[in-house]
Design a protein around this ligand. Structure first.
Ligand SMILES: N[C@@H](CCC[C@H](N)C(=O)O)C(=O)O
Length: 271
């Protein structure tokens, strides 16, 4: 599946007798033979309609994936005909509702803004981090906003995300010691009162066509820096993601989903 070009392999393990337990190298081996950004698994959960688990293509299991949540909810809406569902995840509970156009809008939960929740290595104002990165050839990016959407994001506001050497600076930011759990690095340009252009260097996956939690973080960070209001379309390489930061602090995400086909899963995933 993909969500605005953010590519997934989704394992439906709701009927499995035990939670998936991928062997240490199983996700890496799958990544060698298939192009995807995240591996997703739907599992049975007592307190929700299903539990969503997420692994980056580097094999690390992580707390949240916004586009993956939309993709899983879309699939569940197709099969059940329901209008609402609840998903459990390592990053916290999430809700989804079916839109009138058949798409899924997900409530990713509250944006977490305390430096300990990102997490950062030391106390800092997360509206504008006292942190920057030198650009090769001169210049410097500074003062990103930091947001956790169940996973860590640092969002830099720049003139033109397409003009930056992201393969060079992305890994440096991702692995900086300020971010003890590494970080997803966003590069955003506010193009209008409700439009943001965004590219994201994802932790454990590199440059992706779109990042749902990155889109949520970009809106929240832009709003906290006084650059935009609480609702915008986030324009990613793979499509547009409408995002809304509601008064209760929760962030809502919508956008396109495509079911591409089936993959034969090799052994090594347990469950
Ligand atoms: N593409 C995802 C985010 C996936 C996880 C991220 N790379 C992380 O390590 O936190 C999205 O749509 O949110």
């Amino acid at each position: 599946m993909n969500g605005a070009g953010n590519a997934f392999i989704l394992i439906d393990a709701r009927g499995a007798p035990a939670p998936l337990a991928p062997a240490p190298d199983a996700v890496l081996a799958l990544a060698e033979s298939h192009a995807f950004d995240q591996l997703l698994a739907l599992e049975a959960d007592e307190g929700a309609d299903a539990r969503l688990r997420v692994w980056n293509r580097d094999g690390g299991e992580v707390g949240a994936c916004g586009n993956g949540t939309r993709a899983a909810a879309w699939l569940m809406f197709q099969e059940s005909g329901a209008d609402r569902l609840a998903l459990a995840s390592a990053g916290g509970p999430m809700a989804a509702r079916r839109r009138s156009d058949g798409g899924a809008e997900v409530d990713l939960g509250p944006a977490r803004l305390d430096w300990r929740e990102i997490p950062l290595a030391r106390q800092m104002d997360t509206v504008r981090l006292d942190y920057g990165v030198d650009l090769p050839g001169g210049g410097r990016l500074e003062g990103p906003g930091a947001v956790s959407m169940g996973n860590p994001h640092a969002v830099f506001f720049v003139d033109d995300p397409d003009a930056l050497p992201l393969h060079e600076i992305g890994p440096r930011i991702e692995h900086d010691r300020l971010f003890p759990e590494r970080v997803n690095a966003g590069f955003a340009a506010v193009l209008g009162p409700d439009l943001i252009r965004l590219k994201v260097w994802e932790r454990g996956a590199g440059l992706t066509q779109a990042c749902g939690t990155g889109a949520a973080a970009a809106l929240v960070a832009a709003c906290r820096q006084g650059r935009i209001g609480r609702q915008a379309v986030i324009r990613a390489d793979g499509g547009d993601l409408p995002v809304r930061w509601s008064a209760d602090g929760h962030v809502h995400l919508a956008g396109p989903v495509v079911l591409e086909g089936a993959v034969k899963l090799p052994s090594g995933f347990g469950g």
